[in-house]
Design a protein around this ligand. Structure first.
Ligand code: SF4
Length: 341
């Protein structure tokens, strides 16, 4: 589904999480006025469409009610005119009490994205989130009762977090049966409170390889649970890519592809461990993920199986490896063991 996003960086939020620098992550310094939203929608939306008009960043439901209604009324006009299918917003778990949801009532909202980040009390406290893990559980239930779809956001690698915490938080998130997830490994942004900790040597972010490994396992578990992951890693912006953007941590403009390629590497390793085949065929549209960025998967496998080749064929179903006369599923070959606790 096409999403037409508007960013209201940090507005409405009564907290400042250690990692937050929404002006950089969103690429927008200030929220648009409702008239500006209307002008932009007039230009961007097709004459007929089913996309979502989205208000991201900040904590939408904690904006003054009149301001929320001003934005929602503008968006609703385009939904009523058939140029968009609905509205989605993002907010904090503690911004979804019944009184907050009441403000949204009557508008064509379809989805609420909830910034959970972690389900671990210590991690939430050390990150300055200002809410407990149970807040996300109650918020998800209330959003569902309101008949809306729910997306959850998680951030592996926050202060106090590690692989076990990331997987445990994921397990709790999946237990809430969200409609989709977004996963953003923590990076240290210039000017954030996390940078102060990092500069003092009091916080160390995940390395890129470590973050890719953790997120690959998270992605695999989400696919097993049939919960789509609609974003892995921060969307590149001019600010993030500039000299005053990311200070440290696993930021990569193609992070999602690194993660998918990691699952392919696990699968290919199984192939060379368990067969003597020299060539694997995959769907052409997945060939670049299977080869890995700059063909790193292929080169890695070749250190174990000399002349190994990975080839693309249009008629092979996605997520499948043809090896000799047999077919294997990527998910089976890349399998992880049960959840750790
Ligand atoms: S909840 Fe945290 S990340 Fe979100 S806007 Fe507030 S301070 Fe920033």
């Amino acid at each position: 589904m096409q999403v037409f996003p508007f960013f209201i960086p940090h507005e409405g939020c009564p907290h400042r999480c250690l990692f937050c620098q929404q002006e950089k992550t969103s690429g927008h310094k200030a929220a648009p006025v409702p008239l500006g939203v209307a002008d932009a929608l007039n230009r961007l939306l097709p004459p007929v469409g089913d996309g979502d008009i989205a208000f991201y960043g900040g904590s939408f439901t904690l904006l003054p009610a009149t301001r929320q209604r001003d934005y929602l009324e503008v968006a609703a006009r385009f939904v009523r005119a058939g140029r968009a299918g609905g509205i989605r917003i993002s907010t904090r778990p503690d911004g979804l009490e019944n009184r907050h949801l009441d403000v949204l009532d009557g508008f064509p909202l379809r989805t609420i994205e909830i910034g959970c980040q972690s389900f671990n009390h210590e991690v939430l406290a050390r990150s300055g989130r200002g809410h407990c893990a149970e807040a996300a559980v109650g918020a998800t239930a209330r959003v569902r009762r309101a008949g809306l779809a729910v997306g959850l956001q998680l951030m592996p690698g926050l202060p106090g977090g590690d692989r076990a915490e990331a997987l445990s938080s994921l397990q709790k998130a999946l237990g809430l049966r969200p409609d989709f997830l977004r996963i953003y490994p923590t990076v240290v942004l210039a000017g954030s409170a996390l940078q102060t900790l990092f500069d003092r040597g009091q916080f160390q972010p995940l390395g890129l390889d470590e973050a890719v490994e953790i997120c690959a396992e998270m992605l695999w578990r989400c696919r097993q649970a049939a919960v789509p992951v609609i974003r892995l890693g921060l969307q590149p912006t001019r600010e993030l890519d500039g000299p005053a953007g990311v200070v440290a941590g696993p930021y990569h403009p193609a992070f999602g592809q690194l993660v998918c390629s990691h699952l392919w590497r696990r699968a290919l390793l199984r192939v060379v461990e368990e067969t003597s085949e020299q060539v694997v065929f995959v769907c052409s549209s997945e060939l670049s993920d299977a080869l890995g960025q700059r063909r790193q998967n292929l080169e890695f496998i070749r250190t174990r199986r000399g002349d190994f080749a990975i080839s693309g064929q249009k008629d092979i179903p996605r997520g499948t490896l043809h090896v000799g006369s047999e077919s294997f599923s990527l998910m089976e070959l890349a399998a992880y063991e049960g959840f750790c606790h």
